[in-house]
Design a protein around this ligand. Structure first.
Ligand SMILES: N[C@@H](CCC(=O)N[C@@H](CS)C(=O)NCC(=O)O)C(=O)O
Length: 188
């Protein structure tokens, strides 16, 4: 599904209508065993490690799980949607970009403080860190210079060296490059 196409016109690679899966037309959505579809990042992201508890990416129910959900929602709403989407979306007007930029410092200062005291958001690597590295990794594409937050810059550098993170980012980049070449080949 290409998010640069218009909502309402989004198709899967096989030409079928993506809205039959997610009526919002947004990424991401997963269909689980039994056929139900789950949407909304903080929920989909928790579903996956709950199927693989041995990976220890999501704490069990209780205070630690609430903290995880607090971070997932912070990343989803304050960073992903309120900050990065207006800066990344080629259709967002200048006013939306300026509004996102104006809000950015408080959010990054808060994150920096949290990570100054801990190696990871909850002390050990969780799903929240996996989501955070994904979003912070968009910074160069969004025109965000993390140099003003040295702790965030060093955190991004260190987390990208974790073998599974490095592998996931390399696979995503290869898929992105393949998509770009395919688009170039088909555009007039
Ligand atoms: N509330 C949704 C938002 C997801 C979202 O914004 N996805 C982006 C891609 S990163 C998208 O599909 N954008 C296209 C659009 O909103 O029409 C969630 O948390 O899953």
């Amino acid at each position: 599904m290409d998010i640069h196409t218009r909502p309402g016109e989004r198709l899967l690679a096989d030409g079928s209508d993506y809205h039959a899966i997610n009526p919002m037309g947004q990424a991401l959505a997963i269909r689980i065993r039994g056929g139900e579809v789950i949407t909304e990042n903080p929920v989909v992201l928790q579903y996956v490690p709950d199927q693989h508890p041995q990976a220890r990416l999501a704490p069990d129910n209780g205070m630690e799980r609430y903290r995880l959900q607090q971070w997932l929602n912070f990343i989803a709403t304050e960073l992903h949607k309120a900050t990065y989407i207006p800066l990344l979306d080629r259709h967002s007007p200048d006013g939306a970009k300026a509004f996102a930029r104006q809000k950015l410092a408080l959010r990054f200062d808060y994150l920096s403080q949290q990570l100054a005291e801990h190696e990871y958001l909850q002390g050990y690597f969780t799903l929240a860190d996996a989501y955070l590295i994904t979003v912070l990794n968009w910074s160069p594409y969004a025109g965000i210079d993390l140099a003003a937050w040295p702790r965030l810059q060093s955190w991004v550098r260190a987390v990208k060296q974790r073998p599974a993170v490095a592998r996931a980012l390399a696979e995503e980049m290869a898929a992105y490059n393949a998509e770009m070449s395919a688009n170039q080949a088909t555009s007039p």
